[in-house]
Design a protein around this ligand. Structure first.
Ligand SMILES: [Zn+2]
Ligand SMILES: [Zn+2]
Length: 170
């Protein structure tokens, strides 16, 4: 099950829509699991790794994937070509990821792009690597065309995620 945990206030109806998008993409249950406080001592722009390490009070069971949602800006990432805005971060193959809705008026206005970033980071939790198909959510997220795409996977990535989810359950 995917548990979406918010670090900032969001509209319930839009959150339900967001969860449905995740459910459709992965074929696995997704729910809004409430909100938690941002750990003390962390300030904007947030260090995504530290947030994942330090957030407390999240109840998750084995095989659950936790996706944190924040409206705060995440620290930019250093790339060989310069810095790139960070929309999300995940520990590959682990159980926690974070997505920022910063830069959108609200979750509703940015729903498609935010969902695509969420699919990408959750995909990493299920051990998906980057994909060369520009339509796929596993395409590198720092590319200029990424945010305009649909929140869905190519056939290969979809099948791979289904396989991983089945394996985790057995
Ligand atoms: Zn990635
Ligand atoms: Zn793909």
């Amino acid at each position: 099950m995917i548990r979406v945990v918010t670090l900032d206030p969001y509209d319930d109806k839009v959150m339900a829509k967001f969860s449905r998008t995740l459910y459709t993409a992965f074929g696995v249950g997704s729910e809004n699991s409430g909100s938690v406080e941002l750990p003390a001592g962390l300030s904007e722009p947030l260090d995504a790794e530290k947030v994942l390490e330090q957030v407390k009070g999240v109840r998750a069971y084995k095989d659950d994937k936790v996706l944190f949602l924040t409206s705060r800006k995440l620290k930019e990432r250093q790339l060989p070509s310069g810095t790139a805005p960070t929309h999300g971060f995940a520990r590959f193959g682990k159980d926690r990821a974070i997505i920022s809705t910063h830069g959108h008026k609200d979750l509703e206005a940015g729903l498609k792009a935010v969902s695509r970033h969420a699919l990408h980071q959750l995909g990493h939790l299920w051990e998906l690597h980057h994909c060369l198909d520009p339509r796929c959510s596993m395409y590198p997220p720092w590319t200029p065309s990424f945010a305009a795409g649909e929140a869905s996977f190519c056939t290969f990535c979809r099948e791979k995620s289904e396989q991983k989810i089945r394996l985790a359950k057995s």
